[in-house]
Design a protein around this ligand. Structure first.
Ligand code: NAP
Length: 483
């Protein structure tokens, strides 16, 4: 088999491959070349309603199984994902652009959530609460929330779905997923493997097409009980407000503006390695990417030089070409945003240490870039660049660094490097973010809670807490016991 065997051009509803009602399609491009890879149906409300019906029907069967039965099927799905890791990774690389090794790593990362929640699903406990009555008993149990709608972004076309799907299935829920229009094939490939693994038809449905129409149906259809979203803060706020108007549970994994702080006492080589991974992974297109790099004045120049040298070692190109370590940006608008941020910095006194320009005149490639003399009036201080630009801000004191780091409406991930234990705890406790990397630049794992505060959203993915978002609590008072 090869990656093209996993490329499906129809949607999956109730276990069937289907076209849009009107037969319309959306083209999907390879961002490295602009060439069309294929197309997917352009669906809207009617097809989404049918997918919700299919999920509702499957929910009955899936939720009635024992946790052990669900676990066994989910482990088969995990195995299917891993058996096809190489091909699924290449498909993801073709539609999204990230280097092949990163893409294959994403498949394993996504699959790990399926396995984790297969197992966690067996540990959904309730309580027997001491009763205030001699002749009555109180139980508090947990039940699956029901049919879940998932809307996902293009930057992790597999993992952003797998970590929602894993939790939903582990809790006993069924799902309708609307993947990003730029990267729908990875979602459809997962749907095919859900079938192959033998899960009930309709437990995982994928609809592609008009985001606003599909989201409207998800928000208003009473059979759908929860919406989980990963994407921009702007859309997340609108979606959360529409969903809660119809009393839907919501989980929102939104944008970030991660600070990455390097103190004078840091292990500089470790800090450079962490910054490289945090900044340039996925060409800077992750919600947890270092967006503002704050460096204490004592090590500023040395750090800038080392980071620039490391950035120059990256090989920019098509993700599926040998040795490439940085792929293209997702589209022309993303490329223009990076250029706009670089231009804004230069206009306000920024100085290029390395990079700063497009690579070639085909595709959407941008040099790994480091710009120093960054100030708080520059765009990267306020907005996610979502590209390979590392802006270096100089600071003098710990107080100043923490204040700068917290000066953002976002609160997803943050990072800092220090070798002083007291400072490690002080700074960790003062940073107002959902996730903190202390002397670490990559922090995601299925066993730890992933989620943000403030404008970065609400809810948790992964870890033992990740099931909570897919469960509802149920209280039963049991009387008539005859004693
Ligand atoms: P986006 O524009 O918000 O799109 C995300 C998803 O929302 C896509 O499926 C998109 O569909 C859909 N969408 C668009 N308009 C919608 C509407 N009116 N109602 C409902 N859904 C709608 O975000 P993106 O550019 O793809 O992703 C990048 C953002 O995601 C960044 O801000 C990043 O920080 C964030 N992110 C957060 C996390 C996290 O865990 N916190 C993880 C990854 C990414 P179409 O593709 O069809 O437009």
């Amino acid at each position: 088999m090869g990656w093209t065997d996993h490329l499906h051009e129809r949607c999956m509803i109730g276990g069937l491959w289907v076209e849009a009602d009107g037969g319309e399609t959306i083209a999907v491009n390879d961002p490295s070349t602009g060439e069309v890879l294929g197309s997917v149906p352009k669906m809207g409300r009617a097809e989404t309603a049918r997918a919700i019906d299919a999920a509702q029907a499957a929910f009955g069967e899936w939720s009635a199984m024992t946790a052990a039965e669900r676990c066994a099927l989910m482990l088969k799905l995990h195995q299917a994902l891993m058996d096809h890791q190489a091909d699924l990774g290449e498909l993801l690389c073709r539609e999204m652009g990230k280097p092949l090794a990163e893409a294959r790593g994403e498949i394993a990362y996504g699959a790990a959530f399926v396995r984790w929640f297969a197992e966690e699903g067996r540990r959904i406990y309730g309580d027997a609460i001491p009763s205030p009555w001699r002749d009555k008993r109180i139980l508090a149990t947990q039940a699956p929330v029901g049919v879940v709608g998932a809307i996902t972004p293009w930057n992790f076309p597999n993992a952003m779905i797998a970590r929602k799907l894993g939790a939903a299935l582990g809790a006993g829920c069924a799902m309708v997923c609307k993947p990003a229009s730029a990267t729908p094939f990875s979602a459809l490939a997962v749907a095919a493997l859900v079938e192959e693994a033998g899960l009930p038809k309709g437990v995982f449905n994928v609809v592609t097409g008009s985001a606003s129409a599909i989201a409207a149906e998800m928000c208003e259809n009473p059979k759908l009980r929860k919406i989980t979203f990963t994407g921009s803060t702007e859309i997340g706020k609108e979606l959360a407000s529409n969903a809660t108007r119809h009393m839907k549970r919501v989980s929102m994994e939104l944008g970030g503006n991660a600070p990455f702080i390097v103190f004078d006492d840091a292990d500089l080589d470790a800090a450079v390695a962490g910054a490289m991974a945090s900044k340039y992974r996925n060409s800077g297109q992750t919600c947890v990417c270092a967006n503002r790099i704050l460096v204490q004045s004592g090590v500023h120049d040395a750090f800038a030089a080392k980071l620039a040298r490391a950035a120059e070692g990256l090989k920019v190109g098509r993700g599926y070409d040998e040795g490439v370590t940085q792929g293209p940006l997702i589209d022309a608008a993303a490329l223009e945003k990076v250029e706009e941020h670089v231009a804004d910095m230069l206009a306000k006194g920024g100085e290029i240490v390395t990079g700063g320009a497009r690579v070639g005149n085909q595709g959407t490639f941008f040099q790994p870039t480091v710009v120093k003399n960054a100030t708080t009036d520059m765009k990267p201080f306020r907005e996610e660049t979502f590209g390979p630009l590392a802006p270096l801000f100089r600071f003098e004191t710990e107080e100043e660094a923490v204040a700068m780091a917290n000066d953002t409406p976002y609160g997803l991930a943050c990072y800092f490097y220090t070798r002083e234990l007291g400072r490690a705890f002080r700074v960790m406790e003062r940073l107002q973010f959902g996730m903190v990397g202390v002397n670490e630049g990559i922090i995601s794992t299925e066993v730890a809670p992933f989620g943000g505060v403030k404008d970065s959203g609400m809810g948790t993915e992964g870890s033992k807490y990740g099931l909570d978002d897919y469960l509802v609590r149920k209280y039963a008072l049991i009387g008539g016991l005859g004693f």
